[in-house]
Design a protein around this ligand. Sequence first.
Ligand SMILES: CC(C)=CCC/C(C)=C/CC/C(C)=C/CC/C(C)=C/COP(=O)(O)O
Length: 294
Amino acid sequence: MPSPRRNVEGRPLGASAANCSSSVPGSPAHGGGGGGRFEFQALLSGRTGADPACARLRASESPVHRRGSFPLAAAGPAPAPPAPPPEDDRMTLNPSFLAIALRSLLAIDLWLSKKLGVCAGESSSWGSARPLMKLLEISGHGVPWLLGTLYCLSRSDSWAGREVLMNLLFALLLDLLLVAAMKGLVRRRRPAHNQMDMFFTLSVDKYSFPSGHTTRAALVSRFILNHLVLAIPLRVLVVLWAFILGLSRVMLGRHNVTDVAFGFFVGYMQYSIVDYFWLSPHNAPFLFVLWNQQ
Ligand SMILES: CC(C)=CCC/C(C)=C/CC/C(C)=C/CC/C(C)=C/COP(=O)(O)O
């Protein structure tokens, strides 16, 4: 004897639902094999069927409604539960499409990051390039940038130079603060193939999203390009440095690709913040007077 149709929870489907001959692919009547498939197909086709009664029945089989878990094939005719309009369904189904897209992106991210992590260890395929990558790492570290800026500020004898350096210092501190906040909020672990042998880290640096080196590289390079008069080859070099530094984070196995991509975006936007709140002797005279008294 053929076994009755069952929904994904294994409960037998009511005859009324199974009999709804549907033009909607993926519906149980279409042989779609369950509410999940129907949900995805409905999402793609953007319609729930011509017959409102059938649409209501199919909607009641969708996982959204299954959560309420009322048995469709309970003995005897049960009154149909009040179903929300199909528009509501589409609104609640959309997030699962987003979840599928995000999960796929994450899977590609992890796969690509592992493939690109060719300097993650001495025995990796590009392990001999690891010392060079670590040198690049130091070139984008917060400590040399902060100490270098403070040193230049102490040696600067022009107001214009001091103004630029003061804003660079502000930019570097803002970057440290924002990246620490984001890492603490997202708490994404570094890739499994990373060796935690980084020079001078903060406690949040056990997390990887976004890459602090990359935000700094994007911020500092945009800052330099906007405030230093440089010959074209040097400008190209600055952009290349930022790009290679970002790439080296993935090659060293420190980060996934999305940490670095988002890091570039964050660093770029941080410069816009710094530019908007640009400190000058007019809007922050106390800073410049304080510095003059040193
Ligand atoms: C010197 C002044 C004015 C202030 C010091 C402020 C301070 C606490 C500086 C700490 C600098 C620091 C340790 C930065 C961490 C850099 C780092 C390892 C980031 C991680 O980068 P990621 O690309 O791996 O995310």
